[in-house]
Design a protein. Structure first.
Length: 128
């Protein structure tokens, strides 16, 4: 992947990230495999969807919306209130992988980003 184009731009910028995140939360709300992950979220996913959009925008190399609003992400500490173990991680990754596959067509970006997402998801584990 060339260094002058960020994943954010290569997946379509703001519109691409919004499309990815919207599909991700649609899947979380409907896939049986995501039930454990869905259960640790509030009834409305609107706030989570907005925060994930803001986070991914910066994480993928676009505007640092999340950091500008909330400061350093500190993802693990922000999620300590929710039990995150294998079922939650598996459900989250299932939704993310499927949403990514449905909304991102750039294989080079996928090869670069998806392993990092996998690592990040595993890092969120806070239960044995």
């Amino acid at each position: 992947m060339s260094t002058d184009e960020t994943p954010y731009h290569r997946i379509g910028g703001e519109a691409g990230v919004k499309r990815l995140v919207a599909r991700f939360y649609q899947l979380m709300d409907t896939l049986p495999e995501a039930a454990a992950c869905r259960a640790i979220h509030p009834p409305s996913l609107a706030g989570a969807e907005q925060k994930l959009f803001e986070y991914l925008s910066g994480w993928l190399g676009g505007p640092p919306l999340f950091v500008s609003k909330y400061g350093h992400p500190r993802l693990r500490s922000r999620h300590l209130h929710a039990p995150i173990d294998t079922p939650e991680i598996g459900g989250w990754l299932t939704c993310f992988r499927q949403a990514w596959a449905e909304t991102v067509t750039d294989a080079e970006v996928s090869a670069h980003v998806l392993p990092q997402v996998e690592h990040l998801a595993q890092h969120m584990r806070n239960r044995a």
